[in-house]
Ligand binder design. Structure first.
Ligand code: ADP
Length: 237
């Protein structure tokens, strides 16, 4: 199978009285794609991402990620799945009492990596996010953009096949937002499939990547290299 992410008519209903958060969503994403998911608040973006990370289960429909069929996934195998999917959020979720190096190393410690492996890998990953010279800083001594890049380093240190970035620039000014986006592009060039959600229209327009638009739990458009008009979901001009 060549798909990295495959959703086939996936429905998620949290509460029968309120309708479905996702309604028969089908989506195919190939390895190494960079896909932006857009949509108003409440459209169903977070639900889609939580289904992929197995924080939520679908009410119906099929999900296969990196060849793993979620119908056949035992709870025991969820950690394996989580290693294949790195996640980054709007709030960076760094450990405040640990240095940059230690924050990234932690993701390796919890899977039993050796000190040698940690000392080899962490500087390499900090180099990718352009923070090699700040390894000894504490999170409080960093800008928002730098903190987010630490979070990205932590998310990729176990070499996931997929990186999910849920509003990673939501708390950042434009300069730092673009620093973060450029890092996501670099990681994508190195071969990781990237799934990005954003409300930032400028980023969507300038990235010129595939854009999937969700409205009321349905995919209402799916375009390569799209310009995106935030108000109507229609192609700009
Ligand atoms: P988005 O991420 O696009 O803002 P969400 O996926 O968070 O959208 O929400 C989609 C819909 O599902 C919304 O109507 C929201 O209120 C509802 N919803 C999300 N999470 C839950 C939950 N845990 N329980 C009940 N309803 C939920």
């Amino acid at each position: 199978m060549s798909q990295m992410i495959l959703l086939d008519r996936v429905t998620k209903t949290y509460n029968k009285n309120l309708g479905s958060a996702l309604d028969r969503v089908s989506l195919h994403i190939e390895p190494k794609e960079f896909v932006i998911v857009v949509g108003q608040s409440g459209a169903g973006k977070s639900t889609l991402l939580k289904l992929l990370t197995r924080e939520e289960r679908p009410t119906s429909g099929k999900i296969i990620v990196g060849g793993i069929d979620y119908d056949k996934l035992s709870d025991k195998k969820i950690p394996l799945l989580r290693r294949r999917i790195g996640t980054v959020f709007q709030d960076f979720k760094l450990l405040p009492n640990r240095t940059v190096f230690e924050n990234v190393a932690f993701a390796l410690e919890i899977v039993g990596a050796s000190t040698k492996e940690i000392n080899n890998t962490v500087p390499r990953v900090l180099d990718i996010v352009n923070l090699k010279d700040k390894a000894k800083r504490m999170p409080i001594e960093l800008s928002g953009g730098e903190r987010q890049r630490v979070a990205i380093a932590r998310a990729i240190v176990r070499q996931p096949k997929i990186l999910i970035a849920d509003e990673p620039t939501g708390n950042l000014d434009p300069k730092h937002a673009w620093d973060v986006i450029r890092i996501l592009e670099k990681i994508n060039r190195y071969g990781t499939t990237v799934l990005l959600t954003t409300h930032n229209q400028d980023i969507v327009n300038r990235l010129k990547r595939r854009v999937v638009t969700i409205e009321g739990g349905r995919i209402v458009s799916d375009r390569a290299n799209a310009d995106y008009d935030n108000t109507s979901g229609k192609k700009a001009k």
